[in-house]
Design a protein around this ligand. Sequence first.
Ligand SMILES: [Zn+2]
Length: 342
Amino acid sequence: METSAAQHLLADVNAKQPDLIQHFVQVVQAGDLSHAYLFSGSAGDGKLAVAKVTTMALFCLHPTKEGFPCGACNECLRIANDEHPDVLVIEPDGQSIKIEQVRALKREFSKSAVEGNQKVFIIDAADTMTVGAANSLLKVIEEPLATVTAFLLTTNYHHILPTIRSRTQLVEFPQIKQEALQRYLAEHNLSKTEIKLALQITKSTTELDQLIADQWLSKMKQQIEGWFTWISKDDVRAFPFVQTNLMPLIGDRFSQNVTVTMMCLIFQDVFNVKFRERTPEQLAFGDIYDLLKSTANQLSDYQIVSMINDILATAQLQRVNVGFQGILEVLTLKCLQSITSK
Ligand SMILES: [Zn+2]
């Protein structure tokens, strides 16, 4: 069964900010929610998820005994899908949040005063508000309505106008712990080895989200292992493999960087197996331990280091914007050369 956006959000907050979300659902249950919060922390630490799940808790038709939203009722689903008429999420329009966006929000909320409906607005990247937008917003939060709650989210606390800071309750988001990241990835159905690989590539949850979208990491891991298999056999089929198997998975600059990183990691594994006697559990590509070991035995330390150097040089070429397929093909040829020259 496909998980809904609402269930995704619940899994996200429980993995990333379990203490904070517990606090907020209790506050909602007690009817103590403030008029305006300022969520401050690093990118991808679950600020938006905490704001949305807290909002779900506020509207949910069947909350749990502890105050958590059910994640299945019509209110929960509409909030999670950004389709709830009383919940507004504002994001930068281009580089900034503009005064027109805040004006539209104000019109929406002046209705609240008349209708008496509970309303919530969430402003993501609040630090990108133009001064005009920020001043316009200030008027809203200066005259709080009992039925309105605002969540302002920022990764740049110091870029928020002091007048806004002083009228909001600051919530500093803690750094996500390694175990929490592991739990988060496990909830997205990554295997143990995939989790280890993912965390060697990045610790940023925004980037981790990119890695796991559409099972990209699982697919790429398999292809990199395939590429390495041809290389280790000194088989020229490694060369066309770049075009047929790697390139279809590579799009933006991020996926290019990760591809090069994964190639580095696989040769680092070879190095670590040979010189540091690492076990499969300690490697990024532990699933192919036997192949790594046989390759390590077959290569000299000079060959291994020279392949890692070639890959690192690729990372530099990438910066000057040479076609990426060409880069990977040259790199593949170099690796094949290194393995042939015994
Ligand atoms: Zn619900």
